[in-house]
Design a protein around this ligand. Structure first.
Ligand SMILES: [Fe+2]
Ligand SMILES: [Fe+2]
Length: 388
């Protein structure tokens, strides 16, 4: 770019501002020169931006969607047969790609969610990264995760954490495969240009603690070793065992429930009361038989995994019917309500939600649906793609 020319053009424009052009033709020429100069100088005028930069309310690109377990399982199983674990990213993980996000492998704008398949006797090599990660165990027993030298055996319903830059690897000592949900803040981490990744020098870490060490040390949650300072950045234990989680759900069901989420619990860092990760939180919720919650909407997105049972979530008037193993997404500011039609079976949902990062930035809002007894009119049904 010729700087002298630019200067001349700017000067000409400012002269015109003092003595305005007389004819519309001149004005148009000046305007088009102005826009050309803006473009040449990597500038964009607000009044020519077609997308609404300051929308009146959230206008998410991510859409409400549902992935069927039978498809996910079958595709993961075939990947287990055909794809070696070392092919890219050290993990055989299959990402939920929200169709609203233009082919990106993300479930929502802030969260990556994948189904990961580990064959018996395999090792998913050790590495560490700044992306914050959880996994929720769907099926299989006999596999383990080692996080910073602490090895924990994984059972259905366990939540496992890998906070930023802690070494972690996964492996199996049995013939049976394991399958779990991976949840990471990869899109947010990348958007913030904050991604670091490092492979470990060996395939797997040395186990440096007693098996299940951090669960034994901190797992009760009400008590901590008296000589240690509280950990403020992330929970001191790397695993939340299902037996404890289920007990807490059953206990809460005896005394209280949310009108919007029924018997819902947030996994917390017991030493701070805060969410397990700083960029997202994890919930487990039980929809008791016959429950139909009231609708609300909130800023932030959520990914749900149906751990047990079947039911329905109505999202912006569309009914999403789900059963065990399915995953679904609720985008930001979408009305949603839950229903368990069964008269005798509970339904259990695990979810990750980006509320903590939204709240930390002072952008959180929620609103209850007040008409029609708190229930949205249902205008359609979501038809999931079926595996051919
Ligand atoms: Fe990882
Ligand atoms: Fe909600």
């Amino acid at each position: 770019m010729d700087l002298e020319k630019v200067e001349l053009k700017v000067n000409a424009a400012s002269l015109e501002a003092i003595s305005p052009p007389t004819s519309t033709g001149e004005e148009e020429q000046e305007l088009s020169r102005l826009y050309q100069d803006m473009q040449n100088n990597s500038l964009t005028p607000l009044w020519q931006i077609e997308t609404n930069l300051l929308s009146r309310q959230p206008n998410p690109e991510a859409v409400a969607w549902l992935w069927k377990w039978q498809n996910l399982y079958e595709i993961a199983r075939r990947s287990g047969e055909l794809v070696p674990i070392h092919r890219g990213g050290d993990r055989r993980a299959i990402a939920l790609s929200n169709p609203g996000l233009k082919g990106k492998p993300f479930a929502t704008p802030t969260m990556w969610t994948a189904v990961q398949w580990l064959n018996g006797h395999e090792v998913a090599p050790a590495h560490r990264h700044t992306a914050q990660a959880i996994r929720f165990i769907i099926d299989g027993s006999g596999s383990w995760s080692t996080v910073e030298g602490d090895r924990v055996f994984l059972e259905r319903g366990d939540l496992v954490l890998t906070p930023p830059m802690l070494w972690h690897d996964h492996g199996s000592k049995v013939d049976e495969r394991s399958i779990w949900m991976d949840g990471l803040d990869i899109p947010l981490n990348n958007f913030l240009d904050a991604s670091f990744f490092e492979p470990y020098p060996a395939e797997a870490q040395e186990v440096t603690q007693v098996l299940n060490g951090t669960v034994l040390k901190y797992g009760v949650g009400q008590l901590r070793p008296a000589w240690e300072k509280p950990s403020v950045n992330y929970p001191p234990m790397h695993t939340y065992k299902w037996a404890e989680t289920e007990r807490a759900l059953n206990n809460l069901a005896q005394v209280a429930a949310s009108p919007f989420d029924d018997v819902a619990l947030e996994y917390i860092n017991p030493q701070t009361g805060r969410s397990v990760m700083q960029s997202f939180t994890c919930w487990i919720q039980m929809l008791r038989p016959g429950i139909h919650t009231r609708a609300h909407r909130q800023v932030g997105s959520a990914v749900y995994h149906v751990f047990e049972g079947s039911g329905e979530t109505i999202i912006n008037g569309i009914s999403f019917e789900w059963e065990q193993g399915d995953f679904f997404v609720v985008p930001s500011w979408a009305w949603h309500e839950f229903r368990n039609r069964s008269t005798d079976r509970r339904a259990i949902l695990f979810s990750m939600q980006d509320t903590p990062i939204i709240a930390a930035l002072n952008k959180y809002r929620e609103e209850a649906f007040t008409e029609n007894g708190g229930h949205q009119p249902v205008t359609g049904r979501f038809t999931p793609k079926q595996f051919q």
